[in-house]
Design a protein around this ligand. Structure first.
Ligand SMILES: [Zn+2]
Length: 280
């Protein structure tokens, strides 16, 4: 028993071995994660066997700075890292491991692709996550950083799925269903807010509803999601309409949708209601 360090530590180790509840989320920018899977993390937060691994390719240092916010181009990246960490504290569950890959914001598609895949794969190899989540080819907003990070994560995941080791049971792409996206567009038009132009990068878009494999009901944790979102103080003007309408934001974050990118999903498969459903 040398080195185990007491019964509590031993219980932690036993809880983790073969647990089947490790989630790795790989995204591009601070705030992609808050709008990504904060609800799923909140729903599993209290489970002893839940482990949450978060990877950011960039620190978001090229992002817009909200009018009057005390940041400069030089300081924004460090500020956004701090906002991201504060956000997870506010969500109520900090990551068990948080990696910043340190690539330049807005230029992830300039990084040699094999290098990006290698770095993500190295983290996944250590963690053996049961579920890996990232962006799909739509990037939700067609941001080139999102699309590149998603493709690199898919490639990293593919290195492990053929093995018979633990983990790597499901790869999911966080998306918006077209029906929901169209409803939001309609509401925006009615409210006099600018609508998204799906022919342009940096604008939201949906994927066909029939591609959605997981729909997570997050209404019970919506306030925890919002508490985290509001910590991205330098980005509030990009993340929410001004003035911030909390009841509307609550409705926006009340579901998380994903396409199951692996294993292949038959067209007749039932809709899952949790990212881990069916894996035990
Ligand atoms: Zn982003």
């Amino acid at each position: 028993m040398r080195g185990i360090g007491g019964e509590t530590k031993l219980d932690e180790i036993i809880a983790h071995v073969g647990a089947g509840r490790t989630l790795a989320l790989v995204v591009a920018h601070p705030d992609d994660d808050a709008y990504g899977l904060a609800g799923t993390v909140a729903l599993h937060a209290a489970e002893a066997d839940f482990r949450f691994v978060l990877v950011h390719a960039t620190d978001g240092g090229a992002g817009d700075i909200r009018n009057g916010f005390p940041a400069t181009r030089e300081t924004l990246g460090a500020i956004r890292r701090g906002e991201c960490e504060a956000a997870w504290r506010a969500h109520g569950r900090v990551p068990d491991r948080h990696e910043w890959l340190g690539y330049p914001d807005g230029a992830v598609d300039q990084v040699p692709f094999s290098e990006l895949v290698d770095r993500i794969a190295a983290i996944l190899a250590e963690e053996e996550p049961d579920v890996v989540a990232t962006f799909g080819p739509d990037g939700i907003t067609a941001h080139p950083d999102h699309i590149t990070v998603g493709a690199a994560t898919d490639a990293a995941f593919a290195r492990f799925v053929e093995g018979d080791g633990p983990g790597f049971k499901r790869l999911v792409h966080r998306v918006l269903p077209t029906s929901v996206f169209e409803r939001w567009q309609h509401q925006r038009r009615e409210m006099g807010l600018p609508v998204f132009d799906t022919t342009k990068a940096y604008h939201g878009r949906g994927v066909p509803d029939e591609q959605i494999g997981v729909t997570v009901e997050c209404a019970t944790v919506a306030d925890r999601i919002i508490a985290g979102l509001l910590q991205h103080r330098s980005q509030l003007h990009v993340m929410a309409d001004d003035p911030i309408d909390i009841p509307r934001l609550r409705r926006i974050v009340s579901h998380e949708w994903a396409v199951i990118a692996w294993p292949p999903r038959p067209a007749s498969a039932p809709m899952l209601t949790d990212m881990f459903e069916g894996l035990d």
